[in-house]
Design a protein around this ligand. Sequence first.
Ligand SMILES: NC(=O)c1ccc[n+]([C@@H]2O[C@H](COP(=O)([O-])OP(=O)(O)OC[C@H]3O[C@@H](n4cnc5c(N)ncnc54)[C@H](O)[C@@H]3O)[C@@H](O)[C@H]2O)c1
Length: 448
Amino acid sequence: MMSKPISRRRFLERSAIAGGVGLLSAAGWSRVYGANERLRVAAIGVWGKGWSDHTSVAASPHVDIVSICDIDEGPDHLERAAKHYPKAVKETDWRKVLDNARDIDAVIVSTPDHMHAPISLAAMQLGKHVFCQKPLAHTVFETRQMKLAAAKARVVTQMGNQIQSHSAYLTAVKLVHDGAIGKVKEVHSWQSGPLIWMLVDERPAGSDPVPSTLHWDEWLGVAPTRPYKTQIYHPFNWRAWQDFSTGQIGDFACHILDPVFKSLELTAPTTIRGEAPPLPAELWTRRSTVQYEFPGTARTAGNTLKLTWYDGEGHFPPQEALGLKEGTKLPTAGSLLIGEKGSLIIPHVAAPRLLPDETYADFKIETVPDRDHYVSWADACRGEGQTTSNFDYSGPLTETVLLGSIAIRNPEQELRWDADALKITNHSTANAMLKKPYRKGWEPAWVS
Ligand SMILES: NC(=O)c1ccc[n+]([C@@H]2O[C@H](COP(=O)([O-])OP(=O)(O)OC[C@H]3O[C@@H](n4cnc5c(N)ncnc54)[C@H](O)[C@@H]3O)[C@@H](O)[C@H]2O)c1
């Protein structure tokens, strides 16, 4: 029998009576869930990655998807989800979902990148738990706000870098923590696959009729208005555009750098330097390199650690930088960690490989089993366990990635980053890119 879900409001009322609101952690308030009480989840952006996000969360026996929202009412988008969840409330504007905040406990945000922070911040400020796709936000400032908002509201959060919970990445992190390659001296990370979303070199002229099922103004959301063009932005191809996306580094580095961050316990870089051809006015680049320097950690060999990111079709790290035997095949995307005892390739996504082969011929790799990135969030919202890509962790990871996208727009310059002050201290143009303007009437509510 399905028991009645408990609302945060009811809980706060109860806690206030007990005099304990200010003292409780998110897990504290979640603990009031009884074994049969259900987590009521709203899914915002239900097609594309959104489909696997909400269906994976709904795999929990304790979750009801009670609200679905998509700016496209068409058969691939809202209509498809409505067939899947016939009892769910249907909306085309996320603000209406949050107007009915008392009916939901948690929100999944699977929209294009430019809407992650505005929706998630509003949800967290209403005390809702949030699962938000990667990258956490569209700017560095927004990303910091996500972390602050989660801490202030004491809600349970998870970024959608689900490969973090895959056996391949978990096993790689364990290898580093077990000292298999010794302390790490240097890291190279790359994504050299084709760019399937870079369809044009500049904004196409004119406009196309907006499909009757599409709410184009709501799709634009916080971004400046522009005419609708078929297939150029919605769905999926918004990735090419600076107004909506964070470029190839933003698309991939929250995955590929994640096991590097986790295993080496990195925090914030101190310097970032980008190399890229001059960018078109509104689009991202097809190829870039970003060099980061981090303070050393207990897992690194020196006082500092150099990490270099490469993206673009066929853009691999130079062979001579890797110290590998000639002919060693690299995966299309992944990382190489060069340690004092040996090296570790962490492919995106496949079993890690220790090198050189001769050194590790008898080494038995202990495979760590998969975790469930989605259900573990739902469980944590109900007070069971914790999330591993909560915004405390995924915030600094995303800030690092988005600093790379700033460096690409200011190439050949070493940018100095003061993470505590949230400032690029030596470059006013780059520093200004930590933030962006918002369309009038769509300004997010910041955490003070
Ligand atoms: N974790 C991963 O492996 C992974 C993979 C793909 C995409 N992603 C991330 O998922 C997000 C979505 O990417 P996608 O490829 O699915 O994009 P998409 O454009 O294909 O799909 C986005 C969905 O959200 C809807 N939508 C757009 N704006 C909305 C709004 N304001 N309110 C409600 N619905 C809205 C669209 O109609 C569509 O159904 C991005 O942030 C992307 O980076 C993550």
